[in-house]
Design a protein around this ligand. Structure first.
Ligand SMILES: [Ca+2]
Length: 903
């Protein structure tokens, strides 16, 4: 397929999201326009223009489509101008009066975006566009009112229309139109037209005979009717002459008409220059390439060639694009200005940021259910499970959620043959507590503060674990980029699109099936994603807002890390916190403060200001950047290896300088320090595990067998000495076997057999595979991310093909970018989905989308899709129709530009 064919295919695949795609017929665009200008000239949709002089209110046009009412009502003042215009679109009333725009009785500023309509500057005009129908109302404000207004419909409606504009395809009779359109009002009058000789009219129409021919006398009559009594009002007679001149469109007339009629060109503010035919949307710093091709031309005020409007400042100044300023997190940066953090520096370059590579470690963050992968993809875990957080060739990190509450209760780390467990504010090495630090063949593990434990390993991976008030995990990837790392943290190859690679090797589309593929054993229920407690929700919205305050304590980090993700997480955390809301809030705020510290921004004493102070036990003191070097009694026995470590600053309690922590967790002078002892032994005795009575004795868990085995399984009793028996399942083939599990009595598949996804015992060759929550038989194929994958021995074996990126939009504002990031916003504007005219390049296509709301609900029912090709043709997909608009100079004969034959 050519690029353009591909684009159209793309467009229509979008269409298929909201309906069955039938055979499309391409239609040329048809425009129906009705105008009113001067002191009462009406040019209806069809038929001859006429004049009406009245201060009565009139329906200009009115019709119903899909049970929605559309109407435009006008009233002229004694100055001849329109002094009141009321536009109703589906029960939303817009009133134009005294130069103001009132929507539902509220004054609005431009651009204004509403579900049903948009109002924006359109050249020197103002335009209201309906998003329900291809229907626009455009007007020109002058001192004292509106001197020109027109209504445009870009489709023929199968409906009855009334008003001064008449019907779309039937010419009405003037007197009938006026009689039927007048609205009830006792005080107003309709005056009979007065025909008085006028020398400007006479002179003008003497020159237009050739061009207007038979119509000349008709327009000459309108001229006299229009100008009578307003001989000195340019606002009244200039739009009339301009309209006739543009109908003639002869260069001779264009040259003389303004001089002859003494109609001056409109004045433009600031540096802007009037253009008779220029871009309706002028290029500005924030939007230097508005609508790349189909740039509608109209009367406008624009910048001189090569310059753009500096809309970041007042005064309508035009500057070269290269001098535009940039914005980040709500702050403006001048051209050439740099914003930098510890990990990256970005320079503002003509309105665009140019950023360096990230030179910090790629870090995976797991804060409860909130995960950021090494490559920066952010998602939320679906269930409270045991998960593989990350695993490499010779290490694995496993997290375990609490059964009842929403936090991680335990982290297990296996480094080669060494096993570390982090839980209950304790670090255990092979079952023994590490009170302070531990050095072994593969790892150095030590407490940095009362809250944080640091782990350095010899095998490339380093991490920090926050032990209280909840366990959070911060894992730094090895220096070299690697595809060999797997798990919830994804791989580490600077590409977010493959971060949802499951344990069986296929890339999933969403977080749930991906995360579940890395779960081990049983889960303890869902993690809620919405607020069910209104009180918590209100509290959360009020308190989490401190993150966004532009002058608040967190503001200094705004230029480095946007708050949106942390703000949302803060709210979700509080909503679902079964315990203290304040603790949820403090954890949420600490998460942002920690991320800021990671890029070198120290927030300051945010805990005091937000009421999140931490109380330290005994005589320890709190610090936002705790140091560990020589701060414990144990460190005095020799050289403290922690003194040489270049770790991130962490917060927490510790001993002030000059004092040392003893075994009683008290800071004391070194004279009072005691010596090391190792302790911490798990208590033996009877316990109940998963409803089974067990007995912990001599480090061995003995459980009573309780078997009722089916599907070819056999009963295994731990008391019979099979301590290492593990259920072999097709699902587990790729999962780690490293964690030391206690024996559990129960039903197991016989040796050399595996439990498949249906619970049957099968041979390895018959093992099933899982994708998107569905089980597949051995040999079956699926396609995901351009890979064709075959199920073999419980694993997906994939053949990769070059992958075209896919960008999607569906439903109520769900978007997926080419690099697979999902996001959601209920924007009400027309958005550019994709275009190839970026920076200074002139592109070949653009695709814009706009949600079309349902009649009653504020939901998206369908979507308008506008495809521009090379500035030659615009295809609009709307209401299951493709409407084609040919641009000037293109005849539509060039078949190579696009094709819809494959439909
Ligand atoms: Ca990746």
């Amino acid at each position: 397929m050519t690029t353009q064919q591909w684009i159209l295919a793309f467009c229509l695949s979008l269409a298929s999201v909201f309906g069955t795609v039938e055979l499309f017929k391409t239609k040329e665009i048809l425009t129906y326009t009705c105008r009113t200008f001067g002191s009462g000239i009406v040019q209806p949709f069809k038929g001859e223009s006429y004049y009406v002089r009245s201060d009565c209110p009139f329906k200009l046009t009115s019709f119903n489509v899909n049970r929605g009412e559309y109407s435009v009502t006008i009233r002229r003042g004694h100055n001849g101008l329109l002094v009141q215009v009321e536009i109703i679109i589906n029960k939303v009333t817009t009133l134009l009066q005294n130069g103001n725009i009132l929507v539902q009785n509220k004054s609005v500023s431009l651009p204004y975006d509403h579900t049903y309509q948009h109002i924006f500057k359109y050249g020197i005009y103002t335009r209201l566009r309906s998003s329900l129908l291809p229907f626009t109302v455009t007007w020109h404000n002058v001192h004292g009112g509106i001197n020109s207004l027109w209504v445009t419909l870009e489709s023929e409606l199968c409906t009855d229309m009334c008003g001064l504009c008449g019907k779309q395809n039937v010419a009405g009779h003037r007197d009938e139109l006026i009689r039927d359109s007048k609205l009830h009002d006792h005080r107003c009058k309709i005056k009979d037209p007065v025909l008085r000789k006028n020398h400007i009219c006479r002179q003008f129409f003497r020159k237009t005979k050739n061009c207007l021919q038979d119509n000349n006398s008709h327009y000459h009559r309108l001229c006299k009717e229009n100008i009578c009594g307003f001989e000195n009002s340019q606002s009244i007679f200039c739009p009339f002459f301009q309209e006739i001149a543009s109908q003639c469109n002869q260069s001779r007339i264009n040259r003389f008409w303004r001089r002859l009629t003494r109609c001056a060109k409109p004045r433009c503010p600031g540096d802007l220059i009037y253009e008779k035919k220029g871009p309706a949307f002028i290029p500005s710093c924030s939007n230097p390439n508005p609508a790349p091709f189909y740039q509608e031309l109209t009367e406008t005020c624009s910048c001189p060639e090569g310059k753009v409007l500096n809309n970041c400042e007042k005064g309508y100044r035009c500057i070269p694009k290269s001098s535009c300023s940039c914005e980040f997190a709500g702050k403006t940066y001048g051209n050439g200005e740099i914003r930098s953090s510890r990990c990256q520096s970005c320079t503002c370059h003509g309105g665009k940021w140019r950023c360096s590579e990230n030179f910090c470690h790629r870090r995976c963050v797991i804060e409860g259910q909130f995960v950021t992968t090494f490559d920066g993809k952010q998602y939320v875990l679906p269930n409270k499970c045991l998960y593989v957080a990350s695993k490499g060739p010779n290490w694995i990190i496993i997290i375990e959620f609490s059964q009842k509450k929403l936090y991680i209760r335990k982290v297990t780390v296996q480094l080669m043959e060494e096993l570390f467990v982090f839980k209950n504010n304790k670090v255990l090495f092979d079952g023994q507590e590490i009170p302070e630090f531990h050095f072994s063949g593969h790892a150095q593990v030590y407490w940095v503060s009362s809250m944080f434990v640091q782990v350095h390993t010899t095998i490339g991976i380093n991490f920090q674990i926050q032990m209280s008030p909840e366990i959070h995990l911060f894992i730094d990837a090895p220096d070299t980029s690697s595809d060999k790392i797997k798990g919830l943290c994804g791989n580490s190859n600077s590409d977010t699109t493959d971060d949802f690679t499951t344990n069986s090797g296929i890339i999933e589309n969403s977080a749930k099936p991906f995360a579940m593929s890395w779960s081990l054993l049983n889960c303890f229920g869902n993690i809620p994603t919405t607020c069910t407690n209104l009180e918590n929700e209100n509290y959360a919205h009020e308190k989490c807002a401190v993150l966004n305050q532009p002058t608040g304590i967190f503001a200094k980090c705004h230029p480095h890390i946007p708050t949106d993700y942390y703000y949302t997480a803060c709210i979700q955390r509080i909503c679902n916190s079964a315990g203290s809301r304040r603790q949820g809030l403090c954890i949420g705020l600490a998460s942002y403060a920690k991320a800021c510290a990671g890029v070198g921004v120290v927030i300051g004493d945010w805990r005091r200001i937000t009421g999140c102070d931490l109380k330290c036990q005994k005589n320890q003191e709190f610090s936002y950047s705790m140091h560990t070097c020589n701060r414990t009694c144990n460190s005095l026995t020799g050289h403290d290896i922690r003194c040489g470590m270049n770790d991130d600053a962490v917060e927490g309690c510790g001993c002030p300088e000059g004092t040392h922590l003893n075994q009683g967790q008290t800071c004391c002078p070194k004279e009072e320090c005691g010596c090391i002892y190792y302790g911490g032994i798990a208590a033996p005795g009877p316990v109940v595990i998963a409803g089974q009575k067990c007995d912990c004795k001599n480090g061995i868990l003995n459980c009573l067998p309780n078997c009722d085995c089916r599907n070819g399984k056999v009963c295994v009793s731990c008391s019979e000495g099979q301590h290492k028996r593990v259920q072999k399942t097709c699902d587990y083939i790729s999962k780690p076997k490293g964690t030391r599990e206690n024996c559990k009595s129960g039903c197991y598949c016989p040796d050399h057999q595996y439990e498949d996804h249906h619970g049957n015992c099968v041979s390895l060759d018959d093992c099933t595979c899982v994708f998107s929550g569905k089980a597949f038989k051995a040999g079956q194929q699926v396609t995901s991310n351009c890979k064709t994958c075959t199920c073999y021995r419980g694993q997906w074996h994939c053949i990769e093909k070059p992958c075209p990126g896919q960008c999607q939009v569906y439903g109520n504002g769900h978007y997926q970018t080419f690099d697979s990031k999902w996001f959601r916003f209920s924007g009400q504007c027309l958005y550019t989905l994709v275009q190839d005219s970026c920076d200074m390049r002139r592109g070949t296509f653009s695709i814009r989308v706009e949600s079309v709301p349902c009649c009653e609900e504020v939901l998206t029912c369908s979507r308008n899709i506008i495809l521009d090709l090379k500035g030659q043709v615009t295809l609009t997909l709307r209401d299951m129709q493709v409407i084609r608009r040919l641009h000037e100079g293109w005849t539509g004969q060039d078949d190579s530009l696009y094709s819809n034959s494959f439909l």
